[in-house]
Design a protein around this ligand. Structure first.
Ligand code: ZN
Ligand code: ZN
Ligand code: ZN
Length: 128
């Protein structure tokens, strides 16, 4: 994928935070807003299919985007208190997936998993 100033801008915005952002929030934070929201949408779609970003559907049914640091298979964790996200490279699903394949007759090609909980910082705050 070609690196345009527009794409660099979006990636830069995603790099600056570990909280998922809506398309509007990304657009507002971009240094140069020469193109409109639809272009930002399209680029984010490309990023997701390239594995540079992940889309996260929030409990409020709003789609947000977060960058992917790892180029390998990974999952994201999100803190339900502060919204921070983190990446985990551990998957541990392969044996369950095999079981699901034999039960369902599906050949599973990919999967998505988002884990919710409390981050370390929010846990300590809770214990206080
Ligand atoms: Zn990711
Ligand atoms: Zn937290
Ligand atoms: Zn996995």
């Amino acid at each position: 994928m070609r690196r345009t100033p527009q794409r660099e801008g979006i990636l830069q915005v995603l790099k600056e935070t570990d909280r998922p952002l809506t398309v509007e929030e990304i657009w507002e934070r971009m240094p140069e807003r020469r193109s409109g929201l639809p272009t930002v949408y399209r680029n984010l779609d490309r990023f997701v299919s390239q594995g540079w970003a992940e889309s996260i559907l929030g409990a409020d049914q709003v789609m947000r985007f977060v960058r992917c640091d790892s180029r390998h298979h990974h999952h994201h964790l999100q803190c339900e208190a502060c919204g921070r996200t983190a990446e985990v490279s551990a998957c541990g699903l392969s044996s369950s997936l095999e079981e699901i394949e034999s039960l369902s007759g599906f050949a599973i090609t990919r999967h998505q998993l988002l884990l919710f909980g409390l981050c370390r910082g929010c846990r300590t705050e809770k214990d206080r």
